[in-house]
Design a binder for this molecule. Structure first.
Ligand SMILES: Cc1cc2nc3c(=O)[nH]c(=O)nc-3n(C[C@H](O)[C@H](O)[C@H](O)COP(=O)(O)O)c2cc1C
Length: 196
């Protein structure tokens, strides 16, 4: 865990900064902030991040970082390492997650494994925006990262999915907004239990 102040880092893997995924994430973060938890939202839009090279250098070096240094990968992995909880948000792209967030979880997963489980017992949750279909597959893909990383995943009153096409459409999905708020409250509850 991090130092004294509980911290949550959220990644928005969408190509659209401030879009529907970002809106959903911010509803979750607001609830955490209401409980005195520090939050940070990272918009990955426009960021350079390459996929895993399968070079296995992380297993040889075991320096808690990826061997690729020319992009944002290690800065993001450091943010994840320093947080108590990781929130991953993705739009649904062809019934899957965005390539940027996929690149991040692939690299973070291997680096974590190479270093004995860097994210063990951190809290993790996924949020997905979708126009029509494919969100559950994207949601599952993000959750696979938490579960293989020995992280603890809180639930909500529904799966954490919001429906919308144009930026802001998710605001009209009242059930999604409630689901995000409940997720934030449940994350805060869990973080406080772990802290104590
Ligand atoms: C490349 C691309 C692929 C998409 N694929 C799907 C899809 O498979 N299913 C769907 O319902 N919506 C799909 N969409 C629509 C987005 O998921 C939807 O507009 C979402 O709200 C975008 O979130 P954002 O505002 O955070 O970018 C796609 C959009 C893009 C740009």
């Amino acid at each position: 865990m991090s130092g004294t102040q509980t911290k949550v880092v959220a990644f928005n893997g969408s190509a659209r900064k401030g879009g529907n995924t970002s809106i959903l994430l911010r509803y979750v973060l607001k609830e955490l902030e209401n409980e005195g938890i520090e939050t940070e939202l990272i918009e990955m839009s426009g960021a350079r991040i390459h996929g895993c090279l399968s070079c296995r250098e992380c297993s040889k070096k075991r320096d808690r970082r990826c061997s690729q240094t020319g992009d944002m990968g290690n800065a993001y992995i450091e943010k994840m390492e320093n947080a108590d909880a990781i929130l991953l948000g993705s739009p649904t792209y062809v019934a899957d997650i965005s390539p940027e967030i996929k690149a991040l979880i692939d690299r973070a997963c291997l680096v974590s494994k190479a270093n004995g489980g860097m994210f063990r017992h951190k809290v993790g949750a996924a949020v997905v925006a979708v126009r029509r279909a494919g969100a559950i597959h994207a949601f599952d893909a993000l959750n696979h990262f938490f579960l293989i990383s020995e992280m603890i995943v809180p639930g909500s009153s529904y799966w954490n999915i919001g429906i919308g096409r144009e930026i802001g459409d998710v605001e009209k999905d009242a059930e999604a907004i409630e689901t995000m708020k409940t997720l934030g409250q449940n994350m805060a509850w869990l973080l406080k239990k772990i802290e104590n």
